[in-house]
Design a protein around this ligand. Structure first.
Ligand code: PLP
Length: 269
């Protein structure tokens, strides 16, 4: 299996910016294991193998990129996979779940209240938490930081906080800046602090660019994503990287960054 590592870094030329903006193209690592998915799964797969497991079990919503990536990883690395899906089965399967099933994932549906408890069923498997975030994921994402030249800021979108924690852990210089994609992301600060193997003060989370909540994509955000694609040929996803990039442009317009600062945005998927 071919992984594009280290992933490339590209410069963005945009006269509207006062900073130097670079993109860490982790989305190019592998078509089915893009971005933070490979980084988070890498050491989990190795540990599952070391512990003699032949099955991976994880959780996700019906549109979970993490569920999709776990199914792909199982297929590529020779594990059975079980996906616990939030909600009821809807047929025909949506493209994410169709992909997972086509890669051999067995799906099991649980209602929302049961899902909240994240109670794993009995059985012999390696458990990967929702979103793939755990200490081994943080270790994998820290390798992303090690691939980077020194920048003033390295930016990521934040869902569960695992990617930001790995980045903050791995960075030797500069600051890690996360953009929360969900509403009420105040709890994420504690989540990231808890995931860090040792305390760091090189990171922060901006919670003001959630656009109404997870998976909420108002026209202003979609217009920004489309304009970015037209100008730079890069398709940001409106759920994660689009919100991060919007936030970077907005903070720059407000003078948050020193003029001429180097800002590296991680394209995590
Ligand atoms: C493309 C993309 N970027 C960023 C994130 C956020 O990652 P984390 O949950 O580690 O905060 C996710 C979620 O997994 C994602 O799919």
């Amino acid at each position: 299996m071919k992984l594009a590592l280290p992933s490339p870094v590209e410069q963005v030329h945009d006269e509207r910016l006062s900073v130097h903006l670079l993109l860490k193209r982790d989305d190019l690592i592998h078509p089915d294991l893009p971005g933070n998915k490979w980084r988070k799964l890498k050491y989990n797969l190795a540990t599952a193998r070391e512990q003699g497991h032949d099955t991976l079990l994880t959780f996700g919503g019906a549109y979970s990129n993490h569920l999709r990536a776990t199914a792909a990883a199982g297929h590529l690395f020779g594990f059975h996979t079980i996906g616990i899906v939030r909600g009821e089965e809807h047929l025909p399967l949506n493209p994410v779940l169709r992909f997972a099933v086509d890669r051999g994932m067995k799906l099991s549906y649980v209602d929302r209240s049961a899902y909240r408890l994240k109670q794993p069923p009995p059985g012999d498997y390696y458990l990967i938490p929702e979103g793939g975030t755990n200490s081994l994921a943080v270790k994998g994402v820290a390798e992303l930081a090690a691939e980077l030249d020194p920048y003033d800021y390295v930016c990521v979108a934040v869902g569960t906080g695992g990617t930001l924690a790995g980045l903050a852990h791995g960075l030797k210089t500069g600051r890690a800046l996360g953009f929360a994609v969900l509403k009420g992301g105040g709890f994420l600060h504690d989540a990231v602090a808890e995931l860090l193997p040792e305390p760091r003060d090189n990171w922060a989370i901006d919670t003001s660019f959630h656009f109404g909540g997870y998976a909420k994509c108002p026209p202003e955000l979609l217009a920004f994503v489309e304009d970015f694609r037209a100008r730079h040929g890069i398709a940001l996803d409106p759920i994660y990287t689009g919100k991060m990039m919007y936030g970077i442009y907005a903070l720059d317009a407000r003078g948050f960054f020193a003029p001429g600062a180097t800002v590296c945005a991680v394209i995590t998927g």
